[in-house]
Design a protein around this ligand. Sequence first.
Ligand code: FAD
Length: 490
Amino acid sequence: MGGGIAGLSAGYTLARARRQGAPIEVTLLEGRDRLGGVITTERVEGFVIEGGPDSFLAEKPEAAALCRELGLGDQLLGSNDRGRRTYILHHGRLARLPDGLLLLVPTRLWPMVSTPLLPFRSKLAAAAECFASPPRAEAATPEDESVASFVQRHFGEAMVENIVEPLLAGVYGGDCRQLSIRSVLPRFWEMERRYGSLTRATLRAQRERMKAAEEARQFGEATRHQRLPLFMTLKNGLDQIVLMLAERLDGAAVRLGVRVSSLDFPATAGGAYQIHWEDGSTQQAEAVVLAMPAHECARLLLPVHPRLAKRLGEIPYSSAMTVALAYGEGAREMLPRGFGFLVPRKEKRRLLACTFVHGKFDHRVPEGKALLRCFLGGAADPEVLKLSDQEATTLVREELQAILSFELEPLFHRIHRWPSSMAQYTVGHAERLQAIETELQELPGLCLAGNAYSGIGISDCVRTGRAAAERALEAVRKQRPDSSAHTGLL
Ligand SMILES: Cc1cc2nc3c(=O)[nH]c(=O)nc-3n(C[C@H](O)[C@H](O)[C@H](O)COP(=O)(O)OP(=O)(O)OC[C@H]3O[C@@H](n4cnc5c(N)ncnc54)[C@H](O)[C@@H]3O)c2cc1C
């Protein structure tokens, strides 16, 4: 249930098992009249405009691997990292994010020393951080804490306010004072436990990667250690992956445009789930993959499993709005070079971030023209979704004028609203997941997938979708021991 990237990945995995002989019937149910969830691409006058996500992180391999498996390998493109330059609004002016800053850890000296984004005492704190030692077992660091408090302990408050807060608002639509370090940035949480200093741990990991790449080069291998671009995408738009997945659902039934309204659990062990649609029709299933937002799963499950519903309902979501503005020739020259900018909350603007698409993925914009993708909403500003298209474009243009002194008339605009679409892994998320896992033990054949659990990016959703499909197959296999013995496939 749910035809976003998680549900499609699950459906694709199940449809493939069916093609290979597994004796199952597969149905994909999507409430909207199109597949893809928040992934949607528009092509207008030579511009490729993403309404939701525009790319995936290259270091997480699942999305690129799925693209290759679907025959889209030759469409995969990396971000234009030579031109990578990100700015942060600071006292009303754009300042460059220091080079060598790996998310929240500084790894190069001079850009840190020279950045106007941090006061002198933060630079001293960053230097002292190199000497932090691992926490002693008896004085263990907290099990979980907010990203803000974690960063504050390592690098001071200015690093939180000026850099980490806008980065997380831009990427997760989230509030770093609520988000969990353990669930949002587990790598850094682990680093602290092992090494104490994040800077030392990051430099060490970099050295190991370079050594591995050097060894691979000596043996003439092209390996995963070769430098990856930061982001990857599909040349003609991310909806290509949606279209390809939909094509590969052959043999599966796809039902669009009717929302699932409720779900009844099997009355007896080995019985079937009853799915009810809003139009009154029903269907039975031995296993169900719920690949819709956790708040929607909670709504469906409330009458039949209130404890699980409560846990799922505790995962908060934020809303997002993207406003894409396309410009004709001459606009590029009036804009800073690079990937775009982020806006900290203290600057008191509604714009969270703006991507210069012509800088990040230049093949998506006709030669010489410019495309700006502006982000609004997030945990701090859910009300923005109520703005009309006219109000939203006026707001964005006024802020662009104030920040960039950029007041050209766009050729056209496109607006996309995504209410309650971005799961927020707030402090305690790991325990919440544990409790959900425990409740799920009582419901064999009910599997969860999507951005609410172990990663919000596209690759994470592909991973959870495919894993949920495998669990569903396994549940059916257990219910039908004879057929699995017969086919060897389930
Ligand atoms: C604006 C924006 C920008 C982003 N940028 C990036 C990015 O650049 N890179 C990246 O990796 N990630 C990005 N993300 C995150 C990522 O895109 C999402 O986390 C991911 O696509 C979510 O996929 P999903 O399948 O879990 O959920 P969704 O895409 O939300 O799909 C869930 C589906 O369930 C359906 N549904 C809900 N209720 C019902 C019901 N009752 N009955 C039937 N169907 C139902 C919905 O209609 C929807 O189609 C971005 C997200 C947003 C919103």
